[in-house]
Design a protein around this ligand. Structure first.
Ligand code: SAH
Length: 248
């Protein structure tokens, strides 16, 4: 079981697999005023940077579930590197139905809400693992400005304009699900560059090391087209943020 190999290639050097910078993650950790010992579940935990740094900075304990074997191995390595391997554990698997045995204070899905079939479904899934009064974290894109055409939305790698909302609409839609939005930290274009532009050097180096790989043609094509596509579309039209929610 694994995610499509292209992501394991293009994001192999990423610690954070979304437009958040290390500073954004630290800001969010501080903003949530987390008590030491708080338990955190992270569905789609990637390379584990949120759980590992929050274990290090705030004394959380946590579990991450991720379908990428490579990212899960990197998460386990990172926990050892930060000296928190006794506080966080990482499971390689599909998180689509994952509910923790013991309920947690914070249940998160950061940039992977397809896991629960969208924002509403993912909130429902996370709620099943959450203590009463706990906090849900959702990382999700929104439109910084409305794409003028469906073609522009597709060039942002959306299926259609209706995939995402403007920020006020996204916040209102969470309210309509019966949750208070109690905090948010938003990525900016610099954070998007760290996520997207970091893939280009990774692709270039991978191509030099793997010229005969069956994926080489696809990676070459992406490296050629991505800088222009990204800067004209995603960078201009897409926002991204993490939203902290508590049931009303
Ligand atoms: N939250 C992490 C990773 C976000 S990228 C971070 O912020 O860095 C999306 C992640 O979802 C990837 O790590 C990918 O491997 C994982 N993923 C995709 N489908 C999944 C599934 N069905 N179950 C668990 N993880 C999944």
């Amino acid at each position: 079981m694994d995610i499509p190999r292209i992501f394991n290639i293009t994001e192999s050097a990423h610690r954070i697999h979304n437009p958040f910078t290390p500073e954004n993650l630290a800001t969010l950790g501080a903003a949530l005023r987390i008590a030491p010992g708080t338990s955190v579940l992270d569905l789609g935990s990637g390379s584990g940077e949120m759980l590992c740094t929050w274990a290090h900075e705030h004394g959380i304990v946590g579990t991450g579930v991720d379908m990428s074997q490579l990212f899960t191995e990197q998460a386990i390595f990172r926990a050892e590197e930060l000296g928190v391997a006794d506080r966080v554990k990482f499971i390689h698997g599909d998180a689509a139905d994952y509910v923790s045995d013991e309920k947690v204070g914070i249940a998160a899905c950061i940039g992977a809400t397809w896991i629960g079939g969208g924002v509403a479904g993912t909130i429902e899934l996370l709620k099943r693992s959450l203590l009463d009064g706990g906090t849900i974290l959702i990382g999700e894109p929104f439109w910084r400005q409305m794409p003028p055409t469906e073609d522009v939305a597709r060039k942002c790698h959306a299926h259609s304009i209706s995939d995402y909302l403007l920020l006020p609409e996204l916040l209102a839609s969470i309210g309509h699900l019966g949750y208070d939005v109690v905090e948010m930290v938003l990525a900016d274009q610099n954070g998007w560059d760290r996520y997207e532009a970091a893939k280009w050097l990774t692709m270039r180096r991978w191509l030099e090391a793997n010229p005969d790989d069956e994926m080489a043609k696809e990676v070459r094509s992406q490296l050629t087209s991505e800088p222009e596509r990204y800067s004209a579309h995603t960078r201009e039209y897409q926002g991204w943020g993490v939203f902290a929610l508590m049931l009303r």
